[in-house]
Design a protein around this ligand. Structure first.
Ligand SMILES: NS(=O)(=O)c1c(F)c(F)c(SCCc2ccc(C(=O)O)cc2)c(F)c1NC1CCCCCCC1
Ligand SMILES: [Zn+2]
Length: 257
């Protein structure tokens, strides 16, 4: 497409001049005020199908200058929790630095160390690029990452390759593994709201699911995540999160009380 005219997390003000949707009233990320969330018992558990990939399936992992992106085959599908079927496009991460957290969403004002986003598109549209301009076009699953005790073997499948893609534009291949291992085992407890891509073009076409359970990585793993990749300015790629956006009257639903 027209590519990504250069934007950065430093000059957030200019996003909406170059991309009008970035100044819209249904923007992401947001702060989730759990007291204001509306318990919705009809929100079903999220169901993942085809997420367990054989080791002989090779996936592209890329440093695109803003994050690390793992391309996903369309065989991964969301079959529960959403009214329509969505298929996977890619997953990527947002993180902070050794001196502070970098999740995009916050819960009661708390920012977590990092956040994973698994991006899907609605299969009623012919392609991702077609889907991403329709209000029900995209579904992104988000989970928070924190430092815990043990090493997380699933995140290691990605983190062990970061040294190979330190520079912007570098890519490498990752052997297939169970992508579901990157998300909480409990897919029943989540917040749900209508929002947007958190990067230009900021299309307001995302049905967000933010899981209540957090993923735990070791201290060393989190350190690799926040201090390996380099940015277009050839500095460390850090704090690649957008500030929280105004709800403008939107309601956040909760699948639990
Ligand atoms: N949180 S999010 O889902 O909005 C999101 C971000 F916050 C992101 F920061 C990103 S990365 C920035 C956009 C980008 C830049 C370069 C390339 C490339 O060279 O291939 C690709 C994409 C990023 F890729 C995504 N997700 C993308 C949205 C951007 C365009 C379509 C690609 C799929 C989803
Ligand atoms: Zn994201």
């Amino acid at each position: 497409g027209k590519g990504h005219s250069h934007w950065s997390y430093e000059d957030l003000k200019h996003w909406s001049t170059d991309y009008s949707d970035c100044g819209g009233t249904k923007q992401s990320p947001i702060n989730v005020d759990t007291d204001q969330a509306i318990f919705s018992p009809d929100l079903r558990p999220i169901q993942l199908s085809g997420y367990s990939l054989p080791a002989n399936k090779q996936l592209k992992l890329k440093n695109n200058g803003h994050t690390v992106v793992l391309d996903l085959p369309e065989t991964l599908a969301l079959t529960g929790g959403y009214a329509q079927q969505y298929r996977a496009v890619q997953l990527h991460l947002h993180w902070g630095s050794p001196s502070g957290p970098g999740s995009e969403h916050t819960i009661n004002g708390r920012r977590f160390a990092a956040e994973i986003h698994v991006v899907h598109y609605n299969t009623k549209y012919d392609s991702f690029t077609e889907a991403m301009v329709h209000p029900d076009g995209l579904a992104v699953l988000g989970a928070f990452l924190e430092v815990g005790h043990g090493e997380n073997q699933y995140y290691n499948e990605i983190l062990k390759h970061l040294l190979e893609i330190q520079e912007v534009g570098q890519e490498t291949l990752v052997s297939g593994f169970n992508i579901a291992g990157l998300l909480p085992a409990n897919l029943k407890l989540y917040f749900h709201y209508n929002g947007s891509l958190t990067t230009p073009p900021c299309y307001q076409t995302v049905k967000w699911t933010i899981f209540n359970h957090t993923m735990l990585l070791s201290r060393d793993q989190m350190s690799v995540l926040v201090s390996t990749l380099r940015s277009p300015e050839d500095e460390l790629l850090q704090n690649n999160y957008r500030p929280v956006q105004n709800l403008h009257g939107r309601r956040v639903l909760a699948s639990f009380q």
